[in-house]
Write a protein that binds this ligand. Structure first.
Ligand code: ACO
Length: 329
């Protein structure tokens, strides 16, 4: 059987127009622009204000742009995967709605839940399916309407997140490019370090759960920060070692955008200069599954054939991992 890899051939995104600044957040909770910027690196984030629009809307727009960028028609797509923790509904899958709306009538579709590592886990899963020869072309989308689960009276969480979607077209190639390797981990979070308490089968929605604000994100910020810093730095250096990559060999680090201090710690461990690290957390905050494809979109004109790129993420689950890919379009 011919050697196969999966490579990214198109990138798209959707960001809502509404810009929620740190200054505006000062009017909701006891916080200030300086605290948010120095502790997180965030200056503003986007919010999808229209109550009739949700994750599938953003994902569909991002997917359409990625298809156009790749020059691939929707009918050619075999699989649509949406990584999200804010699906439009618990079921049907948001990916099924996207499949219909983009016109990917020959594709099957499902959602993948791995929180902030969702895009990374989806890319490795779909990439492996392409490598196996089962499918040829897929849409991999990271999309979250975090504002739908943010408590705008809780200063420890509402300053962190934003809404957005990023999408890539992943295609079969016989070249020695695309996804080369991945390492992924999970450590089940029985301590509820980072979670949404209600709305699942354990605590379905009741008047009580709504009154107690259990449909919003809860986290132990300090513990998550420590785990994320260790996890992202460890797995990123591990994938470099495993593939005999020195810092000079790496063109770009594409880190999940949760906190600028976590990103810098990861880059330091990898021995990378800051100019090799994609950072847009200042503009969009933490968009959960969308952060990595939103970075790829913002930097796509700077990517060159042959660039060694490390994607790295940490998130709820707990989940974390890294992907090594060699760029070519
Ligand atoms: N404005 C002002 N003060 C605040 C705010 C705020 N928005 N939030 C907390 N504080 C206060 C705290 O009450 C505390 O005050 P105290 O010392 O009087 O008790 C002080 O600031 C320090 O609080 P810490 O929680 O220790 O602050 P820290 O430096 O850890 O920063 C943060 C908090 C930004 C949440 C950090 O822990 C973090 O980024 N954690 C990772 C969380 C995360 O990214 N979660 C997203 C999902 S997981 C992922 O994507 C990796």
């Amino acid at each position: 059987m011919a050697f196969k890899r999966a490579k990214i051939t198109g990138v798209g995104r959707y960001l809502p127009d509404y810009v929620l600044t740190n200054e505006e957040l000062e009017s909701y909770v006891d916080t200030n622009d300086e605290w948010i910027r120095t502790r997180t690196g965030i200056s503003e984030r986007r919010i999808l204000k229209d109550p009739d629009k949700a994750t599938s809307f953003m994902a569909t727009n991002a997917a359409n742009e990625a298809l156009k960028d790749a020059g691939v028609s929707a009918e050619e797509i075999d699989l649509v995967v949406v990584a999200t923790v804010t699906p439009d509904y618990l079921f049907p899958a948001t990916a099924a709605l996207v499949q219909k709306r983009v016109g990917a009538k020959n594709a099957f579709a499902y959602d993948l839940s791995a929180a902030c590592s969702g895009f990374l886990f989806a890319l490795s899963t779909v990439g492996s399916m392409i490598e196996s020869g089962r499918i040829k072309k897929a849409l991999v989308i990271g999309a979250d309407k975090m504002s739908s689960i943010m408590d705008f009276t809780d200063r420890s969480t509402c300053i962190l997140f934003g809404d957005g979607a990023g999408a890539v077209v992943l295609e079969e190639t016989n070249e020695d490019t695309g996804i080369v390797d991945f390492i992924q981990y999970t450590d089940g979070d029985e301590d509820n370090m980072l979670y949404q308490p209600a709305g699942g089968s354990l605590h379905p929605a009741t008047e009580e759960t709504v009154k107690n604000k259990q449909h919003y994100i809860k986290q132990d910020g300090r513990s998550v920060f420590k785990k994320a810093t260790e996890g992202m730095a460890d797995v990123s250096s591990e994938i470099m070692e495993k593939n005999n990559l020195k810092a000079d060999d790496v063109a770009w680090l594409v880190p999940h955008q949760a906190n600028l201090r976590i990103i810098h710690a990861t880059a330091r461990r990898m021995g990378l200069d800051k100019n090799k690290v994609m950072v847009n957390i200042n503009k969009y905050g933490n968009t959960t599954a969308a952060t990595i494809p939103l970075c790829l979109y913002d930097w796509k004109e700077s990517l060159n054939d042959g660039d060694n790129i490390i994607l790295s993420a940490f998130g709820g689950g707990l989940t974390w991992g890294a992907i090594y890919l060699k760029w070519s379009k």
